[in-house]
Design a protein around this ligand. Structure first.
Ligand code: PLP
Length: 452
């Protein structure tokens, strides 16, 4: 197959690497029509949290399919949506008990910011409309969510079409070379939010949105604990709503159902998707504190919605996925296997000096390649390491997920985020394939190797 041959039925393949045709997927493995087996070492795009082909989820979906696959939410309520709302609210911090279903992460983020805005209007604070976010960050590709995204390569073509939103630096403490402690660094980055709010005028600022553990834009960036607490204080003090984008971190990925639980933080709104239905259906949710929703409803209702919101088939998948997360103890497994995988990745760092950093939480893990681990100088941009190492792994039957680290323009990080069902033996299989891929990559670009 010519790897760059266009596929007539799909314009968007043009100029892109063609990929094998999938035949089936089971557990952490995907098989193509040629009979090759791949380890889904990134759960797709950090989605397939409970693994592929789960029979109980498929049975629940089949059963719902026999009843109704669609019911328009303004005409009917449906039991799967009601049940999923109850189950979701039960997993949230106190007060976050209002759930609005959507079909994906971008829609969840759009819904969060629009609810925040309608709340401000309902309580007489209509001057508030700015949503501050971080650079780098990723919050989705619809124009509203994209305006919050801090990744120049994704946003630049659309800038004239978007309302510019204020940005502050993400807490990339691992790059800082100063004498501060981790906690001091966390506070320093949190203060940047306060300064930005004051610069903008607090009466104009509606919300701050952040990924509690970074996703593909930063490569699983975790801030010092002091950051989370101080961000919460600043928002409360200045009347700014705090939105946690847990599209990637939610539903157990970091070892807790919500990443927020690691720091005991209660944001005002949470966006969920990806692992929430784990790839069995397009599904997401915006979960808001009742304190925000009541005034909006009293003021005429939420002026927002999507045709597929609360779709019964998608919600039936969501119910079954949440049951699997509980029944199989997947949060605990994500924590245990995450610790093990992180230790293995740190082991690789000793062997390959061009691995500059290993970071993340639970099974949301990444490593970053550099040309100098002391200064964290990235590899030369034109090396395109983020492409080549992924291809080395792919050719060995291991799928990992890479992006440019530094604002999308330079640096290379690689997400190693298998489904939360992964076993110790399978982690070993991932590390073996990754080691062979790193060897080939080092040979090809003549990169140094440490002791074995
Ligand atoms: C943190 C975060 N927010 C939002 C999104 C957008 O989700 P979707 O692609 O489902 O619209 C993503 C997707 O990668 C994400 O990682």
């Amino acid at each position: 197959m010519n790897p760059l041959a266009p596929q007539p039925s799909n314009l968007f393949y043009q100029g892109r690497q063609r990929r094998p045709m999938i035949k089936e997927a089971r557990g952490i493995y995907i098989f193509d029509v040629e009979g090759n087996r791949y380890i889904d070492g990134s759960s797709g795009a950090m989605v397939a949290n409970i693994g592929h082909g789960n029979e109980r989820v498929l049975a629940a979906m089949r059963a719902q399919m026999e009843k109704a696959t669609f019911a328009y939410r303004l005409h009917f309520e449906n039991e799967p949506a009601e049940e999923l709302a109850r189950m979701t609210a039960a997993r949230m911090p106190e007060g976050l008990n209002r759930v609005f279903f959507v079909s994906g992460g971008s829609e969840a983020v759009e819904s969060a910011t629009k609810l925040a805005r309608q709340y401000a209007i309902a309580v007489g604070e209509a001057s508030r409309w700015k949503v501050i976010s971080r650079v780098p960050s990723y919050h989705g590709s619809t124009l509203g969510a994209l305006a919050l995204t801090g990744m120049a390569t994704m946003t630049r073509p659309f800038e004239p079409m978007m309302r510019e939103m204020p940005k502050i630096p993400a807490p990339t403490c691992y790059l800082d070379r100063d004498d501060l402690s981790d906690d001091e660094r966390g506070l320093r980055y949190a203060e940047m939010l306060r300064e930005e709010i004051l610069r903008q005028g607090p009466e104009t600022v509606l919300a701050f949105i952040m990924e509690p553990v970074g996703g593909a834009s930063t490569g699983a960036l975790v801030a010092p604990a002091s950051y989370y607490a101080r961000i919460g204080e600043i928002c409360r003090e200045l009347g700014i709503l705090l939105i946690y984008d847990e599209v990637m971190t939610g539903a157990g990925r970091t070892g807790r159902f919500l990443a927020a639980e690691h720091w005991g933080e209660t944001p005002d709104i949470i966006a969920l998707s990806k692992g929430f239905a784990a790839g069995y259906a397009p599904l997401g949710a915006m979960v808001a504190h009742e304190r925000l929703v009541e005034p909006v409803l009293a003021n005429g209702g939420f002026v927002h919605g999507f045709t597929y919101a609360g779709n019964p088939l998608a919600c039936a998948a969501g119910v079954a996925v949440l049951r699997e997360i509980d029944d199989q103890g997947l949060c605990a497994n994500a924590e245990a296997m995450g610790d093990h995988l992180a230790a293995e990745l740190r082991g690789l760092r000793a062997r390959y000096p061009f691995i500059g950093d290993v970071r993340g939480k639970g099974l949301l893990l990444a490593f970053e390649l550099v040309s100098d681990a002391e200064t964290m100088e990235p590899l030369p941009t034109e090396l395109d390491a983020h492409v080549h190492l992924v291809e080395e792994a792919y050719s060995r039957g291991l799928i990992i997920y890479s992006r440019r680290t530094r604002g999308g323009t330079s640096g290379d990080h690689f997400m190693v985020c298998p489904p939360l069902i992964v076993t110790r033996e399978q982690v070993g299989e991932i590390i073996d394939k990754l080691t062979a891929s790193l060897d080939a990559f080092a040979d090809r670009f003549d990169l140094p190797r440490g002791n074995r």
